[in-house]
Design a protein around this ligand. Sequence first.
Ligand SMILES: NC(=O)c1ccc[n+]([C@@H]2O[C@H](COP(=O)([O-])OP(=O)(O)OC[C@H]3O[C@@H](n4cnc5c(N)ncnc54)[C@H](OP(=O)(O)O)[C@@H]3O)[C@@H](O)[C@H]2O)c1
Length: 294
Amino acid sequence: MLGGAVISHLLTLPHAPYHILALTRNPTSPAALKLSASGVEVTHADLDDAPSLEAALRNVHAVFLVTDFWSCPSPGASREIAQAKRVLDILSRSPSLEHLIYSSLPSVREASQGRYQAVVHFDGKADVVQWLKETHEGLWGKTTVLWVGTYMQLWKQFRAIFAPAAKVIEGKEVWVQSSVFHPESRLPLVDVRDVGKAVSSILGDAEGLKGRTVSLVAPEQVTMKEQLDVWGRLVGKEVAFRHISEEESWEGIKELGFEEFLAKDVWETGVAFRECEGRLLHGDAVVQVSEVRD
Ligand SMILES: NC(=O)c1ccc[n+]([C@@H]2O[C@H](COP(=O)([O-])OP(=O)(O)OC[C@H]3O[C@@H](n4cnc5c(N)ncnc54)[C@H](OP(=O)(O)O)[C@@H]3O)[C@@H](O)[C@H]2O)c1
């Protein structure tokens, strides 16, 4: 989604200011062929394979880097971390690179002062940034870290976790959202399509944003109950919000059949987000995307 959103937006810019190169494991997939047809150069590369990355990243000037924890989940996010470091090692030697935008996330471990240690799909990406600062000072000086809030699209993508489920209550169909969040909790949401515009603005303000972290969260945060009410109105369904205990939430996530470390990651993400509300994608040193010059 993130890579696609960036390319879609860059393709709308007048006078085609960028020659766009998209990396994929499968350049003949329908999605890749569609990109090729729209004028994007599509090339094979695999984040697990350094030689393919070396070849694909030759002569790049700006890179938007996303690693996908969910397509290769591993305890401690070790595989995702190795993929990111592989790309960063290569980019650190690139004579042509001027700007790297790395899609990372803040450390839940740090934000919760060590209370939550299982949200490895956040902490792994934060650890990569720390490693980058410590080991590749030159590349860090060319890097903007981008934190993207929770996609609004997750309602569709992970229905079992995010979307309400139909129940019959007193003979009536009611769509019930069972959640460890409180009805008044606010999630740092974002429409994933806005990532393209954010990345384009960051590229346009490159010098001011190197060595900085930019956070992309919609400025108005609606509550969980408000989200559900909007959905109910749009699809014409009766809805109800049901706040469940941490224990019930844990049992529900285990039933989805995740491996233990993944179940813990998913569960702690919810609980930690609820507790750290408002703090997780903010910080004194963090630039909100609304402050980036358009
Ligand atoms: N969901 C959220 O709210 C949210 C918010 C912020 C950040 N994130 C992070 O975003 C990441 C997922 O990104 P997304 O939502 O854009 O996922 P996505 O739509 O599923 O896309 C994943 C992309 O990663 C590529 N990919 C996966 N493994 C690869 C490999 N070994 N080599 C090369 N390319 C590979 C895939 O390309 P091909 O299949 O074409 O090779 C695909 O284009 C996760 O790490 C997640 O933590 C998510």
